[in-house]
Design a binder for this molecule. Sequence first.
Ligand code: FAD
Length: 284
Amino acid sequence: MKRSLRDSLKLSFEFFPPRTVAAEKKLHGTVERLKLLQPDYFSVTFGAGGSTREKTFETAMAIRDMTGMDAAPHLSCSGSSLAALKEVIQDYKNNGFDHLVALRGDIPSGSVGGGALRYASELVELIRRETGDHFHIEVACYPEFHPQAESAEKDLENFRRKVAAGANSAITQYFYNADAYFRFTESCAAIGIDIPIIPGIMPITNRTQLARFSHACGAEIPRWILQRLYDFGDDMTALRSFGIDVTAKLCERLLEAGAPGLHVYTMNQHAASEAIWAELGLLQ
Ligand code: FAD
């Protein structure tokens, strides 16, 4: 890939806060490796797997200190009071962060979530109200539509609301059907959404975990992929090699068609991202 083209892409890696000392050590090793791939930033999830806001904060701080690079903590509003949200926003600002991923957070189906804010658009509004233009705000969006959305059209409208509230760019839920992304970005452009929409990429490395996540978040695994994953049985080497190839080809198609970057859900691993970068010619 030409250097000028590569430089114009927005590339990022997502981690979750480690729960044990051993996992923390491993994450630091992963971060050191992925730093060599020269991403624009690293992001750190909040709430996934029961992690706390403090852990997100600590992990983002550690990554920033270790790498000297931009780290964007995720912040979800579900279940939090207004005072708690205001405090955490100010905390991030006071500690030198200027990049956030603003989310609602997952609410178990059937429950109402609780907390002062109902939607991510309200969180974006709050961040802007409290800190003006200080933060670069990323939001989530869904090429295959959010599983709780009333309709595809309403989901698009709700995405537009987050942009109107002040989001600077968006990261998609992962998907394996490039056409869903193309169609989605076209629909966004048609209703005036003009912020970068970065494809979220989940490297295929593990069948059971992928099936579980996809079921929960509403991402479709095409039958031709799923069937092959089952056929590999316990042959993890063959499964990974197929999975990385499928993921890299997806990224290639997306970038060739003009996607503005890639955001990789790393699951705190480095090997898959490195293999994809190599296959895409993104290594410098
Ligand atoms: P919202 O934008 O609020 O949308 C949620 C639902 O409400 C959608 O169906 C939407 O159509 C609907 N909606 C929105 N506004 C309105 C309205 N005004 N009226 C009616 N309906 C409305 N989860 C975590 O817990 N921690 C993380 O760190 C995390 N990181 C993520 C990172 C990315 C890139 C992505 C794509 C997802 C992430 N998630 C994370 C998951 C996310 O929290 C869930 O997908 C959640 O269910 C929705 O979050 P949201 O910010 O998209 O919500």
